[in-house]
Design a protein around this ligand. Structure first.
Ligand code: NOJ
Length: 740
């Protein structure tokens, strides 16, 4: 049954009928228009875009955040174009809009899908108030390289954690109903493999065997698609010789044929044009043919679809069916968003930005994201009763903008509570606080202001050093080859250490840093990532023990940069190292020359262990895991095995713990990682309380892509560990056996 144009705005016909009717009415130019995302740069958008909107030559706009302007652009599209097709309004709302949540890597450190979902919901509400109906998030690139600046935007190194958080973010942005007020379309990006950029240099080449791609990098995308993500973005990067934007294997075979995705794929900014820069194609026309054939439905800000698609069809080089399918995918998304029925934004229908709920969510996320890496002799928590005076030192103690991190185009620094403010508010009435910035930026090399910092520390009962990276040092195109604390920060630590006062480092950064050169010189470390709007309140409450740190590392912290890539789910190798086999370069006996130093997989100068493993994070409580067991020693394929352990809080404060389940498949059709995360749960444990944490593992959860790159569950032996990090020693076993 076909539908008349008059029915397009009604709900009397099915979406597919409405799409078919529209497609039947559209000229080739109007179809190409839907595939074109435009931007106005720094110019007046109404002036720059109106004619093209009236002519139906634009399907989406990017980077407009003034609601009146957005409504006017929508009005022109809906009321003054021939077919009245509404616009998608896209924006990078990555970890909050006005109210900023911790950077995504920090959110991953919460290991709390619920708080992540809430954060995305708040972001959607605030963004929707400005007329935005499409965000370019979640970014779910797996990365094992902290040099890469975009690790800040990522969920870290693990595909299971990333998948759980991908689902949470999609649910948060999109809600149950994309057409509801305050929900926006999500975009899973960057499809795919971007996080393997060679040497962590942004946009660099990636070479990922199909088996690794499927077992690791594609998993979060699959989870996002299963959760109903509306759109995907193709990656800038070259994947195995075919840049993702022209990669038919990714976008047709995997995404459409295997996964059945029926939303649309957008290119990255100008990435269709860049296919020729990569050297895949000769020119823009060629690139447009490659990208559209491969399955990129919309051209982000490149103008090349607009320039060449129609010609390609008219010349017979491109089948009109490719265009029709792309336009149908885009229109389907617009229908799902309810834009045909309700294209305009009424900002009054949405809560105020920075609402109490938004700030409470940002604070909860920040509180749970901070990872305590060290706490010698229980120097933390601080107690205001025991302190007369503290020195607050460092370039990130009072930096309302820097604490927000990367991708905060719209973040409101007025809402930021800095650590200095947070500490003053919490204990300023009881404790004297002396603040010395000591460094103009995190990169400053001058040590001249250090005397003042040292003097302040010397007069105080404790020195709180706020170190790390300012926000510009991470994010897109902000990679680093040296991931030590930048500038003269290590020297600042050394100088303050000499005072003999307790030194507590609070580190805000967009990536794991190499901390080996300072870890012994401080008594405690709170790693706070870029904690967002409410970071300062959260940090103050953690420092003074109103709440216990409970974040866990979503990425391994190397000792030194040369260990990268280092991650918990590595393969075993044929010569795995053990502590006894590691020889340090300084211990090689010059007088007794040897030809071999153990012949295992380690570095002579770094060993093989990280400084801090994946999943690690200390607490003010004292958690103990015991009595691990399985529901049965054998589980048939298709069955469920329950793995559980007892978790006791032997400390004297209540705290959250993130209990983690790891599994090893001992023999595989392809070799399997030494440990794989298969479950986690954040639980509150009272002092003296013992809880049973249990995880149901379906044998499907043990499936992997085998040698022929199909998903398989293999009978065989498995080890399982439960504990508080990827180093958890408490182990049990079970076997998967052939089903009936
Ligand atoms: C380029 C980035 O790679 C992508 O993540 C972002 O969404 C677009 N630019 C739009 O700003």
């Amino acid at each position: 049954m076909t539908t008349t144009i008059a029915e397009i705005r009604s709900d009397t016909a099915s979406v597919e009928d409405r799409i078919a009717t529209l497609l039947g009415e559209m000229t080739l130019a109007e179809k190409v228009g839907q595939m074109n995302q435009a931007h106005a740069g720094d110019m007046d958008p109404v002036e720059v875009l109106s004619d093209a909107l009236r002519a139906g030559r634009i399907g989406s706009i990017i980077n407009q955040v003034d609601v009146a302007t957005v409504n006017e652009l929508q009005r022109i599209a809906v009321e003054e174009s021939r077919l009245g097709i509404p616009l998608l309004v896209g924006r990078d709302v990555i970890h909050g809009f006005k109210t900023v949540m911790p950077i995504p890597l920090g959110q991953a450190a919460t290991w709390n899908p619920e708080v992540v979902r809430q954060g995305a919901r708040i972001a959607a509400l605030e963004a929707a108030k400005s007329g935005i109906n499409w965000t370019f998030a979640p970014m779910i690139d797996i990365t094992r390289d902290p040099r890469w600046g975009r690790i800040a935007e990522s969920p870290g190194e693990d595909p299971y954690l990333a998948s759980r958080l991908a689902v949470a973010m999609v649910e948060g942005f999109q809600g149950d109903d994309l057409a509801a007020t305050g929900t926006i379309a999500a975009c899973a990006k960057h499809f795919a493999g971007y996080g393997e950029a060679e040497s962590g240099r942004d946009y660099a080449t990636t070479n990922i065997p199909e088996n690794e791609l499927r077992n690791v990098h594609l998993r979060p995308f699959r989870a996002a698609v299963n959760a109903g993500v509306a759109t995907l973005m193709a990656s800038f990067s070259d994947l195995n010789g075919v840049p993702a934007t022209g990669n038919e294997f990714l976008m047709r075979q995997v995404l459409r044929d295997e996964w059945g995705f029926d939303g649309f794929v957008v290119s990255d900014w100008n990435s269709i044009h860049q296919l020729a820069v990569h050297g895949l194609t000769a020119d823009d026309r060629d690139s447009v043919l490659a990208a559209s054939t491969a399955g990129v439905d919309m051209d982000m800000a490149g103008g090349v679809y607009e320039g060449h698609l129609a010609d390609l069809v008219e010349d017979g080089a491109l089948d009109i069916e490719v265009i029709d399918a792309a336009v149908a995918n885009i229109l389907r998304t617009k229908f799902r968003l309810g834009l045909f029925d309700n294209p305009y934004t009424d900002p009054e229908a949405l809560p105020a930005n920075g609402s109490p709920e938004a700030l409470a969510t940002a604070k909860a996320a920040a509180l749970q994201s901070v990872v305590m890496l060290k706490n010698d002799k229980g120097v933390l928590p601080l107690s205001k009763q025991d302190l007369d005076r503290v020195a607050v030192i460092g370039p990130l103690a009072d930096a309302p903008y820097e604490q927000l991190g990367t991708w905060i185009f719209d973040g409101d620094t007025e809402l930021s509570v800095t650590a200095l403010q947070g500490i003053r508010e919490l204990v300023g009435g009881d404790v004297e606080i002396e603040y010395v910035r000591a460094m103009e930026t995190s990169r400053s090399k001058s040590t001249q202001p250090f005397d003042e910092a040292v003097a302040a520390a010397a007069k105080s009962d404790a020195a709180l050093l706020f170190l790390g990276e300012e926000s510009i040092l991470s994010g897109e195109a902000h990679s680093r080859a040296d991931i030590n604390l930048p500038g003269a920060q290590a020297e600042l630590v050394r100088r303050v250490r000499e005072t003999g006062k307790p030194v507590i480092a609070v580190i805000m950064a967009g990536r794991p840093l190499t901390l080996a050169n300072i870890v012994e010189k401080v008594d405690a470390i709170l790693f706070a990532w870029h904690p967002g709007t409410m970071g300062g309140s959260a940090i103050a409450e953690l420092l003074f023990g109103l709440e216990s740190p409970s974040g866990k590392l979503p990425a391994t912290f190397p000792r030194m940069v040369g260990q990268i890539p280092i991650y918990h789910s590595q393969k075993n190798t044929g010569k795995p190292p053990t502590p006894e086999k590691v020889v340090h370069i300084d211990d090689i006996d010059a007088k007794a020359p040897q030809t071999s130093l153990g012949m295992t997989a380690f570095h002579l100068d770094a060993g093989y262990a990280p400084l801090f493993p994946f999943g690690f994070g200390l607490s003010y409580a004292d958690f103990d895991y015991d009595n691990i067991r399985v529901s049965g020693s054998e589980v048939p394929v298709g069955g469920v095995v329950t793995v559980s352990a007892e978790l006791t809080n032997r400390g004297d404060v209540a705290a959250d713990e993130v209990a983690q389940l790891y599994v090893r498949d001992l023999v595989g059709n392809v070799t399997r990682p030494v440990r794989e995360l298969k479950g986690f749960r954040r639980v509150r444990v009272e002092p003296g309380e013992t809880l049973t944490v249990s995880f149901d593992l379906h044998t499907d959860d043990l499936a992997f892509y085998g040698r022929d790159n199909t998903l398989m569950v293999e009978p065989g032996e498995f080890h399982a560990w439960i504990g508080g990090s990827s180093d958890a020693p408490l182990r049990t076993e079970f076997s998967v056996v052939a089903g009936d």
